[in-house]
Design a protein around this ligand. Structure first.
Ligand SMILES: Nc1ncnc2c1ncn2[C@@H]1O[C@H](COP(=O)(O)OP(=O)(O)OP(=O)(O)O)[C@@H](O)[C@H]1O
Ligand SMILES: [Mg+2]
Length: 327
């Protein structure tokens, strides 16, 4: 679903890359945390995926599209595949909960009948049934983030990116929000979440990617942040992971030596999608469309038209505003 091949991003006038020769693959249906200290490149990595920033080196493929070759006119179609959630919620303050979520569909030209049926469904999914008429200032932070998640997910995108979605929330509420993202992930949506939230990462036992100064230094299937069990990946001078020798004791490895299986250069190439436990038939249909999109990039745009035919506008600016990304 998402493939980084030696991807680098150096911002103008910067003397070191924000993302430095990263190679990794995130399979369809995976849930991945991206961790690392402030400035390590987490947000940049997410911005590269949504093509809010362009890589300065390497190749990046998202939902079947090679981003370095994606013409500007096709960026809106890429962004329809990606829902975004941010630390600061980015809700429209003068619109109600219902209107905030409905707006994401309206800007795509969705018919009123679809908006009327879909918005209550998704508000129910995020646990906000009965709060449709409230304005953002009448909600707690956790509730506002639920609205933002509903808005990001209402179009059922195959990918959901969350950049520190729990950064402004108390620990208990943070866990609830991540459990909601987990629920969305179980419908088949690939979720990538950047976070500093150690407790949540530890509680969720998901794949964890760790960045340090833009370099990929850790990648484990079920990470535990606080105990330091995210092993560092040894990289050679071309930043290619070095396969470590078998550890002497099956579960005994020190911080510097990851188990052999986790040092595999493409450990997630064959990752299976999460079970579609909560998927409804409509979601399956879209997931299959996403599969076609990935299988044949040339057909990607056409597949969009099929999946989102009634909402096709190619109006990236308005959609971006609806997603609250400020673009
Ligand atoms: N628009 C930009 N222009 C120039 N430099 C930038 C820009 N955005 C980020 N950077 C730099 O790139 C590096 C990575 O920043 P990034 O925001 O990706 O880190 P982060 O891991 O998300 O940090 P935080 O945890 O504080 O959100 C930092 O050195 C930062 O100063
Ligand atoms: Mg950031």
């Amino acid at each position: 679903m998402i493939r980084f091949e030696n991807v680098t991003k150096t911002y103008p006038k910067s003397n070191r890359p924000a993302v430095d020769r990263i190679s990794l693959e995130i399979g369809r249906g995976e849930f991945v945390f991206v961790v690392g200290t402030s400035g390590s490149g987490k947000s940049t990595m997410l911005q590269l995926i949504m093509k809010e920033q362009d890589a300065t080196g390497g190749r990046l493929s998202v939902a079947g599209r090679e981003l370095d070759r994606l013409p500007d006119r096709k960026v809106p179609s890429l962004r329809r595949q990606i829902g975004c959630v941010f630390q600061d919620f980015r809700l429209l303050p003068n619109k109600t909960v219902h209107q905030n979520v409905a707006y994401a569909l309206q800007v795509l030209g969705a018919p009123r009948s679809r908006i009327r049926s879909t918005v209550p469904e998704v508000l129910d999914l995020v646990g906000l049934a009965g709060m449709e008429k409230r304005f953002p200032h009448q909600l707690s932070g956790g509730e506002q983030q639920r609205v933002a998640i509903a808005r990001a997910f209402v179009n059922r995108p195959p990918i959901l990116l969350a950049d520190e979605p729990t950064g402004n929330l108390d620990p208990g509420i943070s866990l609830e929000i991540v459990q909601l993202l987990d629920r969305i992930n179980r419908t088949g949506t690939t979720v990538v979440m950047a976070t500093h939230d150690f407790a949540t990462v530890d509680a969720m036992r998901k794949r964890v990617i760790r960045l340090d100064d833009g370099i990929l230094v850790g990648d484990v299937e079920t990470g535990d942040y606080t105990t330091g069990s995210i092993p560092r990946i040894e990289l050679d001078d071309r930043h290619i992971p070095v396969r470590a020798p078998e550890p002497a004791v099956a579960d005994g490895y020190d911080d510097g030596a990851p188990p052999a299986a986790e040092a595999d250069p493409a450990p997630h190439a064959e990752a299976e999608p999460a079970p579609h436990a909560e998927a409804d038939p409509a979601q399956h249909a879209e997931a299959e469309t996403a599969a076609e999109v990935e299988a044949d990039p040339k057909e990607a745009d056409e597949a969009d038209r099929t999946a989102y035919g009634e909402v096709e506008t190619h109006d990236g600016e308005r959609q971006a505003a609806a997603q609250g990304s400020g673009r």
